[in-house]
Design a protein around this ligand. Sequence first.
Ligand code: NAD
Length: 491
Amino acid sequence: MTTQFSNNPQTSRQLYINGGWSAPSNAATLPVINPATEEIVAEIAQGTSADVDRAVAAARAAFAGWSTTSAQSRALVLGKIHELMLERKEVLAQTLSLEMGASINSARAMQVPLAAEHVRVARDLLSTYRFQTVQGGTAIEREPIGVCGLITPWNWPLYQITAKVAPAIAAGCTVVLKPSELSPLSALLFAQLVHDAGLPPGVFNLVNGSGHEVGAAMAAHPDIDMISITGSNRAGALVAQAAAHTVKRVTQELGGKSPNILLPDADFAKAVPLGVMSAFRNVGQSCSAPTRMIVPKDRLAQVEALAAATANAIIVGDPRSEDTVLGPIANEAQFNRVQTMIEAGLKEGAKLVCGGLGRVQGYEKGFYARPTVFSDVDSAMRIAQEEIFGPVLCIIPYETVDEAVAIANDTVYGLGAHVQSQNLDLARAVASRIRAGQVHVNHPAWDPMAPFGGYKRSGNGREYGVYGLEEYLETKAIIGFCGASESTPHT
Ligand code: NAD
């Protein structure tokens, strides 16, 4: 099955603004490269600040109407978007696989259904969320913040888009989306889908292009009220700087270096393979991947053997094959970054348990990295400190639980964390000592209602569920709402 982009390159060169497809102000395009073959599979528009102006104007004009619709009518459109995502799940999965190399199985089982879940959650919240509450004589109203600029990365392209677009439009905001220029094709399908769902013109707008041009223009735009970015710390900081002059709200979901503490009583035969697979999910290109496995020193040999057996059994290869577990790294720059970090691990003297430098055997083309496990890693090493964003796991030994917690917190990041133990009380006590926005105990199922976001340099703000919805709301107090009481002095 081919996607519509290989059949119709014209489709990909347009922008979606004010309820329709239109040509960008600039004829230049950016290539989209299939990481499995290194071939160009599409060309996208290289939008400019003039295109951003046009999209923002459309979103601004639509805001007055959309922000005053009933929650029920917004839920109806979100329900339709959800329905269409499920109806079009195969073409979405094929497109994700094409644009960023996700194995077709993982695109079908995770990238698409989890993306759809954000839309379902936003729809369902609208039937319970109270946009107005009364406190004493004062009404507290939660109102949409306005026009939102949404900037998303390439690693979970559709999932990151719905995690922002769904709560924003559920809140009554209008949006301008700039997906990653490296994996923008699923975003184009999403724009068509939103159109077909009947979202009014201007509520959702899509401007493709580079971060330094389109993204920067959005961050600085005086008529955008809020920017939400998921991406690298570099881009997150630049967006905050550019946004500062207009004092807009900025939420950032940035990097991570998540720890996974295996307490001495954990079931190692289960916890180690699950930990490895969790670190390598999406070829390790997940901001919350638990890439630091922190284990008791006297169990190191056992952990290494279990980790190597798990990593060596992973089928890495052509993402279109049904047997493939991990496809290629999503793009060349990221492949090179992973190689640099494996080299750093070797130079710093970490013990290579399996994997290593170079491509997976049998592949001369395609960004296929080898699942790599380092052991006896010191927490001060680069591979333990820097986000690698590839299939590279660091096993770090500890002697006491206090030391394990200290290692877990020895990072500038604070996004995710994991704790493994057969004693829930012990696991909970350790979880409460970790400085991170989400702690997973014994590899639980994904919870789309659990707030997601980072402490420290992992970002500001939360996504998913009620917390995600509230990021897109302002708070207004109407004092005297229940009738005037005696006047008192105020500041
Ligand atoms: P990136 O920062 O290069 O790009 C992210 C987005 O920001 C892209 O759309 C890009 O065009 C845009 N951008 C880049 N420079 C910009 C600028 N100056 N102004 C405005 N926009 C700009 O990141 P990436 O390489 O696409 O994604 C990988 C990174 O994202 C990793 O570091 C990863 O940890 C992080 N990430 C975080 C989360 C999270 O939820 N915390 C989720 C996924 C990815």
